[in-house]
Design a binder for this molecule. Structure first.
Ligand SMILES: Nc1ncnc2c1ncn2[C@@H]1O[C@H](COP(=O)(O)OP(=O)(O)OP(=O)(O)O)[C@@H](O)[C@H]1O
Length: 420
């Protein structure tokens, strides 16, 4: 009997302990969910703060009139290891080359692991400002094979879309959303290349030998005569258009990269918005420029036609560098007319537009010298100002009628079905 009573007491004691532990567990679970809620709220505060930081940084840059510079390091082919001679920390990059150490800092430095989405997140605001009536340009500069085309165009693999399709997607969505406040948009696209100092329409009919002349225009910035313009309203049109352009793009082989792009390609999106209720009209433009590879003559192994191409590429890239140098030194004459590339991009670089230079670099140690040249160029660009405050092209609409500022003189395609 005594033993049973003792056992009962033990059971009671253990039951109480179980109850206590249950209560403790319940209270700890409550604490965990409170902490999880707290973490979530901290994470969303962090996201808002990051957004504000980005916006404020952009405002500061705009007030200073600076050209923004980002640097992106390509991953190593067939290796997951980090490169030994390049170290990325925050927005700084250190390069070891021939026993010397070189340090650079830019507005953003993207390490090998950075995704296409992360890059786009940083340029989203800039792209949006084309819808606010600004002339925006984004240049990709770097050695052959360093990732310019990947960054700009990317591929259709999930997550690998580049800046061009992501920008269009954002603009199409935002312009659709603006309909609710009375804005009606017309979006037109052109795609051209500068090859051996000659302009070529990448969306034009095959074999066309129309001559293209660069003209500057108050509403649009740059207008090129006889250029095909495609009106776009949905994403499927963009992929067709990119296919047409990539077929037409001049691609040659050099010793450095078997499918090296030997021309500068300029994808332009012209945005025309009219709001009859507000009696106003906007003209914005977005230029996404994939520059030809910046390799040196001696390393590219070029002869004959290839040598001529490389010389022309080097000439136009050095004209671009001269423009930035003249700006950095605050000279009154800026040599925009020394190459087709700088002539075309003048309205974006003359102080009224917003510019971003995206410098891509290769991680391989045997490209360290080219990497150093690219980083020096990027550093020079980051020190120069565009020389003015970006100008928004917003106009009142007289009697509710939009202006008829013309983009191209004769060939204006309104549907992709016309493209060949
Ligand atoms: N960030 C990246 N992640 C994964 N692959 C990349 C990345 N950057 C570049 N690549 C790959 O590296 C190769 C070379 O890149 P890409 O063609 O973009 O170089 P490029 O600088 O445009 O060269 P070129 O001057 O010859 O046009 C491609 O196969 C591309 O898919």
């Amino acid at each position: 009997m005594e033993a049973i009573t003792e056992l009962r007491l033990t059971v009671d004691k253990l039951s109480k302990q179980v109850e206590c532990t249950k209560a403790e567990l319940h209270s700890q679970q409550g604490n965990i969910s409170r902490h999880q809620g707290y973490i979530q709220s901290l994470e969303s505060q962090l996201a808002v703060a990051e957004c504000t930081r980005r916006e404020l940084h952009n405002v500061i840059q705009e007030l200073k009139g600076n050209i923004r510079v980002f640097c992106r390091l390509r991953p190593q082919f067939g290796s997951s290891g980090a490169s030994q001679h390049l170290q990325v920390a925050e927005n700084k990059l250190n390069l070891d080359h021939m026993n010397e150490q070189y340090g650079f800092s830019f507005d953003r430095v993207f390490a090998e692991s950075s995704s296409q989405e992360a890059i786009f997140e940083e340029v989203r605001g800039l792209v949006q400002s084309a819808l606010d009536g600004f002339k925006v340009s984004i240049f990709a500069y770097g050695q052959t094979g360093s990732g310019k085309t990947y960054t700009m165009q990317g591929s259709s693999t999930p997550g690998a879309l580049g800046l061009i399709p992501r920008s269009i997607q954002q603009i199409l969505q935002a312009s659709e959303a603006m309909k609710a406040s009375g804005w009606a948009w017309t979006l037109k696209v052109s795609f051209l290349e500068v090859y051996n100092e000659v302009l070529r329409d990448l969306l034009g009919s095959e074999g066309s030998n129309l001559v293209h002349v660069i003209k500057h225009d108050d509403a649009w910035g740059t207008v090129v005569t006889n250029l095909t313009l495609m009106e776009v309203s949905h994403m499927e049109q963009i992929s067709k258009l990119m296919e047409t352009a990539s077929r037409a793009r001049s691609v040659g082989a050099t010793d450095m990269n078997a499918s090296s792009s030997r021309s500068h390609s300029i994808f332009a999106l012209y945005l025309h918005g009219v709001n009859r209720e507000q009696r106003s009209e906007l003209h914005g433009a977005l230029h996404l420029v994939d520059l030809a590879g910046s390799e040196r003559l001696d390393k590219s192994g070029s002869t004959g036609e290839r040598l001529k191409e490389t010389q022309n590429i080097n000439r136009s890239l050095s004209s671009l560098a001269d423009v930035f140098l003249a700006k950095a030194e605050g000279r009154s004459h800026i040599p925009f007319r020394n190459s087709k590339l700088t002539h075309l991009m003048e309205p974006c670089l003359n102080g009224q537009g917003k510019t971003l230079m995206l410098v891509t670099i290769s991680p391989e140690a045997d490209h360290a010298h080219e990497t150093l040249c690219s980083l020096r160029f990027a550093s020079q660009v980051s020190q120069c100002t565009t020389g003015g405050k970006p100008k928004r092209h917003l106009r009142p609409v007289a009697n509710g009628n939009a202006s008829t500022a013309k983009l191209a003189s004769s060939r204006s395609f309104t549907s992709l079905r016309h493209a060949k």
